[in-house]
Design a protein. Structure first.
Length: 132
């Protein structure tokens, strides 16, 4: 069974959890930018995918359930993160040719600069996000 729901075209919640998906599933690889919650998890044949996030001074991670892959748009330097919970982790892929550096501080544990289209693993320990 496949449960896919959307509240409206402007702002939507999409939940696709616990299914076996095979065949042409490319449409599920990235959510529309207007979706407020994109939860794709524990489906055979499909990675857990979160929404795109925009680079900003403070990056607010989307409310999600352990997304494995997030895309980062823009090239603004990042000095803080929010909306993460202890133990959360995933992969971040920057889509801009020159993504901004992330600077260690109150909520970022190490300074790093993403490289366009190169996966970056991150984990949040409850206080700080660490990446490599």
């Amino acid at each position: 069974a496949c449960a896919l729901s959307a509240r409206s075209l402007d702002k939507a919640d999409v939940t696709l959890v616990g299914n076996s998906l095979y065949g042409a599933i490319g449409i599920l690889q990235s959510p529309p930018a207007t979706f407020t919650r994109w939860n794709v998890a524990n489906n055979t044949g499909l990675k857990n995918i979160g929404a795109s996030i925009a680079a900003a001074g403070t990056v607010a991670f989307p409310f999600m359930d352990d997304a494995e892959i997030l895309t980062l748009t823009g090239n603004t330097a990042v000095t803080a993160v929010s909306q993460l919970r202890a133990g959360q982790s995933g992969t971040l892929i920057a889509t801009h040719a020159t993504p901004g550096a992330w600077t260690a501080g109150a909520t970022i544990g190490n300074t790093f600069t993403p490289v366009q289209n190169v996966p970056l693993h991150w984990v949040f320990d409850g206080t700080k996000l660490y990446a490599r």
